[in-house]
Design a protein around this ligand. Structure first.
Ligand SMILES: Cc1cc2nc3c(=O)[nH]c(=O)nc-3n(C[C@H](O)[C@H](O)[C@H](O)COP(=O)(O)OP(=O)(O)OC[C@H]3O[C@@H](n4cnc5c(N)ncnc54)[C@H](O)[C@@H]3O)c2cc1C
Length: 385
């Protein structure tokens, strides 16, 4: 698969125009102020960007994963915060409900999530359970037809805006990953308390990253997503979707770095000539161009495999690992290539540099992606099994 189809090219053109019109004018301001532009959510929904892989009966466009990848790429090229929002809303929340929800749960949430009428969050990480998900300390104690949840989640994107959370808790900590259960919990449920994090983050500053405190939060058994004790598979399945969004968003950042470097290298004159004439500058631009293209091929292939209904955990991990690290190198080199002009927010490359680091951490760090890929290559058992 080396070329996008006419349909995918049309999606690309439409999203590119949208990002220029709706996001580019505010991107610097929302990064500086840390404001999440909540009015963008309904616009993303109206354009269909929150539902490309979902069937029309749930409010999706049915255009598939490659259309979603192209969307993430074009939004990521302009703003990693808004791209990150889509990856959570669509990849981690809607796709997860689609894969594991009952018909009633799908009907209740998916049409509104895809339309951008409600916001979702995915609540897995805890202070003592990041990569080691099975060590989670949040517990769900059965009580008749209900579960009573206690614990705390950290680093939850959209926590303070979310109308519905997919939240993971253990019904039996001694069972490690086999005790984990996924719940759908709505805003306003007593004992479900989101809060803002104390610290400012390096990048993705226009996104909300919050904590969620659970104090005797009572949820009905009908709010279990998937099976009791089956939450680990739900969590990992969601990450398979989310990682495509991360990979494609990073690809967009790498492309943005390339575009910025080409423009600057042609315009900046030193020693009586544009710096584009210097071979060291050309080497930097060639490296960014090659790695961007390699990231694109890995990402599009992972998306195409999803569209074909093939197993793709390995391919999606590869795309996420490579694209995030390639974009990190591209952003670092872009700052250097711009000299002091790249070191202030006069130029967007400093934002690319700050934003991109998170993509090597969330949805499984680069080390965890390497473990997934190596275990697959070596044929050894998966983490936590
Ligand atoms: C911007 C941002 C947004 C986020 N959004 C969300 C969200 O919406 N929902 C959510 O649930 N979480 C979210 N997270 C949390 C994120 O998923 C975790 O930070 C991530 O999984 C890593 O966990 P940790 O930070 O606890 O690091 P740790 O797991 O403590 O890892 C620390 C270091 O040890 C390494 N390490 C850990 N285990 C191994 C191993 N077995 N072998 C080798 N090295 C290992 C890691 O690679 C890392 O370098 C977000 C994080 C960020 C930064």
């Amino acid at each position: 698969m080396f070329e996008l189809s006419a349909e995918h090219l049309a999606v690309q053109e439409q999203v590119r125009a949208f990002a220029q019109r709706e996001i580019e004018p505010i991107v610097k301001e929302i990064d500086e102020t840390g404001r999440f532009p909540s009015d963008i959510v309904a616009k993303l929904g109206a354009e269909g960007y929150l539902g490309h892989p979902l069937p029309k009966k749930y409010g999706g466009t049915g255009k598939g994963y490659l259309a979603a990848a192209v969307t993430y790429e074009e939004i990521g090229r302009v703003c990693s915060s808004i791209r990150g929002f889509i990856a959570v809303q669509l990849g981690l929340v809607s796709m997860c409900i689609h894969d594991w929800g009952t018909e009633e749960q799908k009907q209740r949430y998916l049409p509104r999530l895809t339309a951008g009428k409600i916001i979702g969050c995915y609540s897995l990480t805890e202070k003592n359970a990041g990569s080691d998900v099975a060590n989670m300390e949040t517990v769900a104690t059965p009580d008749g037809d209900h579960f009573v949840i206690n614990g705390q989640k950290v680093w939850i994107t959209n926590a303070n805006f979310a109308d519905v959370a997919i939240l993971f808790a253990s019904v039996d900590r001694s069972k490690r990953h086999r005790g984990i259960t996924a719940f759908l919990i709505e805003k306003g449920t007593p004992g479900f308390n989101p809060a803002h994090q104390k610290y400012k983050s390096l990048g993705h500053r226009a996104m909300d990253h919050g904590t969620i405190n659970l104090q005797n939060c009572r949820v009905h058994k009908s709010q279990v997503l998937g099976e009791v004790g089956g939450g680990f598979r739900v969590a990992m399945g969601a990450l398979d979707h989310g990682r495509l969004g991360v990979a494609a968003g990073c690809l967009g950042v790498a492309q943005a770095c390339l575009d910025a470097c080409v423009k600057f290298a042609n315009a900046r004159v030193q020693f009586g000539q544009p710096i584009a004439e210097f071979q060291m500058i050309q080497k930097t631009i060639a490296d960014i161009a090659v790695e961007t293209e390699a990231a694109r091929l890995l990402t599009y292939r992972a998306a195409a495999q999803k569209d074909a209904g093939k197993k793709n955990t390995r391919e999606t991990s590869m795309a996420k690992l490579y694209a995030s690290e390639a974009a990190s190198r591209a952003a670092s080199n872009a700052v250097t290539l711009h000299g002091s002009y790249g070191y202030s927010n006069e130029n967007p490359v400093e934002r690319y540099y700050r934003d991109i680091k998170g993509s090597e951490i969330y949805e499984g760090t680069s080390y965890i992606q390497r473990i997934i890929i190596a275990r697959d290559a070596l044929g050894i058992r998966k983490l936590n099994q």
